[in-house]
Design a protein around this ligand. Structure first.
Ligand code: CDT
Length: 317
C-alpha cells in the first residue's frame, strides 16, 4: 500500500520579544487546525518557534537569557499545542530552546545545560523523538562590527544526540535545525540510517552579518542546500522558516517541501504565518536509493577517512 504522508510546513511570521508564549502557541494551534482541515498528519514548525530569535542580542543577565528557554516540554504554556495535536490526531515537529536543569533526565554535572532543540510529537501528543542542534553558527562574544549579533555559540551547547532517526508516521523520520541544513554530513548520517523524511526549521537573516553577500543568494543557498540534501539521499526535506521583519532584522521566508528528486513541490508565497502542504510519497525516494545513490553498492568509504579525521581545511604546502 502506498505510504502517502500529507505534511504541512508551518511558516511563522515575526515574533516580537514582548509576545507571550500563550500568544505564540495560539498561532501554532491555528496553523495546526488549518493543517487538519487540509488533511495533514504532520506539521513542521520553525527553529526556536516559541520566541523571538534571541541570539541576535548580547545579553549578560542569565535570567534574561533563560526567559527564552523551556525547562519542561510540554510545560503549562505549551500544553495547549499537545492537546490540540491529540484532539486533531496530527503530529508535529517543534523547535525550541531547551533548558536541562541539574538533576533532570539528561543532565550532567552541577550546572544547567542549554540546547537548540527539536522534538517530534505523534498524533497522540506523545514525544517520539528529540534532536539537539549540532552545527551552531555565529560566535560566542560580542562583535561590534556586526549589524546584529548571532550568538548561538554563546547560548547553546553543541547537541549531544548525534543525528538520530525515528520510526514514526509509517516511515523513518529525521530532524535537523537551520544551519545543519547546509552541511552534507547532516543528511548523509541520517541517510545511512534509512531516513525517508527530514524535518527542519530555520531563522535565517536576509543580511549575512559576517560578510557582504547579495540578498538573493541567501534564498538561493537556502533552497540549494535542502534540494541537494534531498536528492543526494533520495529523501523528502521539509523546511519551515521564521520569516519577515522581526525586531528590526529581516528574515528570509521560502518555507518549502522538497521531493527526493530534489524538486521543490510546495513553497510559501509570503513572509507571514502560512501553511504549505504536500502529499509526500515516502516510497518515492526508493528508486534513487536503489540506483544512483545506492549507498551499499557505490560508496567508497576507504576514500572518505578525512571526513571524520580532519575538521578544517589544510592545503598542501
Ligand atoms: N539559525 C541559524 O542557524 N541561522 C544560520 C545563519 C547564521 S548567520 C551567522 C543559517 O545557516 O541560516
Amino acid at each position: 500500500m502506498a505510504r502517502i504522508l500529507t505534511v504541512g510546513a508551518a511558516q511563522l511570521g515575526p515574533i516580537a520579544r514582548s509576545d507571550s508564549r500563550a500568544a505564540v502557541v495560539a498561532r501554532l494551534v491555528a496553523l495546526l487546525e488549518q493543517a487538519a482541515a487540509k488533511g495533514c498528519k504532520l506539521v513542521v514548525y520553525p527553529e526556536l518557534a516559541l520566541t523571538t530569535f534571541f541570539p541576535r542580542w548580547y545579553l549578560e543577565d542569565q535570567a534574561q537569557v533563560d526567559a527564552f528557554f523551556e525547562p519542561e516540554m510540554p510545560g503549562p504554556e505549551t500544553r495547549p499545542l499537545f492537546d490540540a495535536a491529540r484532539r486533531l490526531g496530527i503530529g508535529f515537529q517543534l523547535g525550541y530552546a531547551e533548558l536541562v536543569a541539574p538533576g533532570a533526565e539528561g543532565a550532567s554535572g552541577a550546572g544547567p545545560r542549554r540546547f537548540n532543540t527539536a522534538i517530534l510529537v505523534d498524533g497522540a501528543g506523545r514525544i517520539v523523538g528529540k534532536y539537539r542542534k549540532v552545527h551552531l553558527p555565529g560566535h560566542a562574544e560580542y562583535e561590534p562590527q556586526r549589524p546584529f549579533q548571532h550568538l548561538e555559540k554563546r547560548y547553546f551547547e553543541v547537541g549531544d544526540l548525534g543525528f538520530p532517526v525515528f520510526r514514526a508516521f509509517d516511515g523513518v523520520m529525521g530532524m535537523c535545525i537551520c544551519n545543519d541544513r547546509r552541511w552534507p554530513e547532516t543528511y548523509r548520517v541520517m541517510g545511512l540510517q534509512g531516513v525517508e523524511l527530514v524535518m527542519l526549521g530555520y531563522n535565517t537573516p536576509l543580511v549575512n552579518g559576517a560578510a557582504p553577500e547579495p540578498a538573493h543568494l541567501r534564498m538561493f543557498h537556502n533552497h540549494l542546500s535542502m534540494q541537494a540534501g534531498a536528492y543526494q539521499n533520495g529523501i523528502w526535506v521539509v523546511g519551515a522558516a521564521k520569516a519577515g521583519l522581526e525586531e528590526g532584522v529581516e528574515h528570509i521566508a521560502g518555507t518549502c517541501i522538497v521531493a527526493p528528486t530534489g524538486e521543490i513541490v510546495a513553497q510559501a508565497h509570503g513572509t507571514g504565518d502560512e501553511l504549505v502542504v504536500a502529499d509526500c510519497d515516502l516510497d518515492l525516494g526508493r528508486y534513487i536509493r536503489d540506483t544512483t545513490f545506492n549507498f551499499a553498492r557505490h560508496r567508497r568509504i576507504e576514500h572518505y577517512t578525512l571526513i571524520t579525521e580532519r575538521t578544517g581545511e589544510i592545503a598542501p604546502p
